[in-house]
Design a protein around this ligand. Structure first.
Ligand code: E4P
Length: 217
């Protein structure tokens, strides 16, 4: 499973990248707002840090303007992945951009049929929003399972990018179902390492080691 980080916070991205944990980054207009920076500058900085795909989202809702924005965003760096919304215009733009050999992440997916359309439009990634589905009282993970089955049935190459992840359990469940990628907020990504028995075990090993009075090397 690939790990993307879901943020436009350059400091967090740099830290996680140094740990060797990042395969890519996803941003969206709300995350750009939160970063407080200019979209072109922030995105360029992120692309210089992480080698994998960096999703940058168009904000136009009509095809022609989406294509113009995609052109501008593509020029930021070679590893830009254009993010388009799951609308008819977004799907049309997805087809055109991927036919040009560029990567597209189709975002705001809330149903299996939407994911089927994105795959038919040649999407590189489909982003089902697990947490936002959970928020309305429906199990978001069921959508990941449905998309996995549909994509397997027809051998679609579109990668399932589990998005709107809120908990470490979301990551585990998405991995068990076979999502190709999880885009994870920085705090949740770091929380994956935590286990009380790891902390307790390390503490007792270190205490015993101190009693030996030895040094390594
Ligand atoms: C995905 O690419 C989106 O940026 C993101 O996962 C949305 O998550 P949210 O529901 O926490 O805003």
């Amino acid at each position: 499973m690939k790990f993307f980080v879901d943020t436009a916070d350059v400091k967090e991205i740099r830290e996680l990248n140094e740990l060797g944990l990042l395969d890519g980054v996803t941003t969206n207009p709300s995350l750009i707002l939160k970063s407080g920076g200019n979209i072109a500058e922030v995105t360029k900085e992120i692309c210089n840090i992480v080698k994998g795909p960096v999703s940058a989202e168009v904000v136009a809702t009509e095809y022609a303007e989406m294509m113009r924005e995609a052109e501008v965003l593509s020029k930021i760096a070679d590893n830009i992945c254009i993010k388009v919304p799951l609308t008819l215009d977004g799907l049309r733009a997805c087809k055109a951009i991927t036919s040009d050999g560029r990567q597209v992440n189709v975002t705001l997916c809330f149903s299996a049929n939407q994911a089927l359309l994105a795959a038919k439009a040649g999407a590189t990634f489909i982003s089902p929003f697990i947490g936002r589905i959970d928020d309305i009282g429906i199990d978001g993970m069921e959508l990941i399972a449905e998309i996995r089955q549909i994509y397997n049935n027809y051998h679609f190459q579109t990668e399932i990018l589990a998005a709107s992840i809120r908990t470490v359990n979301h990551v585990k469940q998405a991995a068990l179902i076979g999502a190709d990628v999880a885009t994870i907020p920085p705090a949740t990504l770091k929380a994956l390492v935590k286990h009380p028995l790891t902390d307790k075990g390390l503490e007792s090993f270190l205490a015993d080691w101190a009693k030996t009075g030895q040094k390594i090397g």
